[in-house]
Design a protein around this ligand. Structure first.
Ligand code: ZN
Length: 140
C-alpha cells in the first residue's frame, strides 16, 4: 500500500486509507499495517508519521469501540481528518464521537498496541469537528 496523499481510490472512487484491508474492505483494518501505524506513530489514513498536534477520534457512547481507544487505533493529520470526514460513513453521522487535538504526551500505547486517551485528557483536548467541515484548504 502506497503512503502519502493523495490516496489511491477504490472502484467507487473512495480514497483508500493506508490502514484499510483493501479497496473493497475500507472498514476493516489490515492487521500488519494497523500494528505498523500504532507502533510507528503513523497516520492511519496516509501512513506517514504524524506531527504534533495530531488528531484522533474516540467513541464516547461505548457502542462501537472502547471509550478510551482512538478510532481504528490510529492518529491522523489534519488534512487526513478532513478527508475521512468527507468519505467515511462512520464519521459521517458524527454520532457519539469526540474529536481530539493531541500531543504526544496525551496518548498512551498499551501492551496490545492500542492508543489510549484517558477521559480527563479527552475533556481537555476535545475540539469542534466543524473546524474540519469548512470548505477551502485543509487546516491546520
Ligand atoms: Zn495523514
Amino acid at each position: 500500500m502506497k503512503r502519502g496523499l493523495p490516496r489511491p481510490s477504490n472502484k467507487a472512487g473512495t480514497p483508500i486509507p493506508y490502514i484499510a484491508e483493501s479497496g473493497a474492505k475500507l472498514g476493516t483494518a489490515h492487521l500488519t499495517r494497523r500494528l505498523e501505524v500504532t507502533q510507528g506513530w503513523l497516520c492511519q489514513v496516509c501512513g506517514e508519521p504524524v506531527g504534533w498536534p495530531a488528531y484522533g477520534v474516540v467513541c464516547v457512547d461505548g457502542s462501537r469501540w472502547q471509550p478510551d481507544w482512538l478510532l481504528d487505533h490510529g492518529l491522523l493529520h489534519g488534512a487526513c481528518m478532513r478527508l475521512s470526514l468527507d468519505h467515511c460513513p462512520v464519521l459521517g453521522t458524527w454520532s457519539g464521537l469526540l474529536l481530539l487535538e493531541l500531543n504526544r504526551a496525551d496518548v498512551t500505547m498499551t501492551e496490545h498496541f492500542q492508543l489510549v486517551v484517558p477521559a480527563t485528557v479527552q475533556e481537555r483536548t476535545a475540539i469542534d469537528v466543524s473546524r474540519f467541515r469548512q470548505p477551502g484548504p485543509a487546516t491546520p
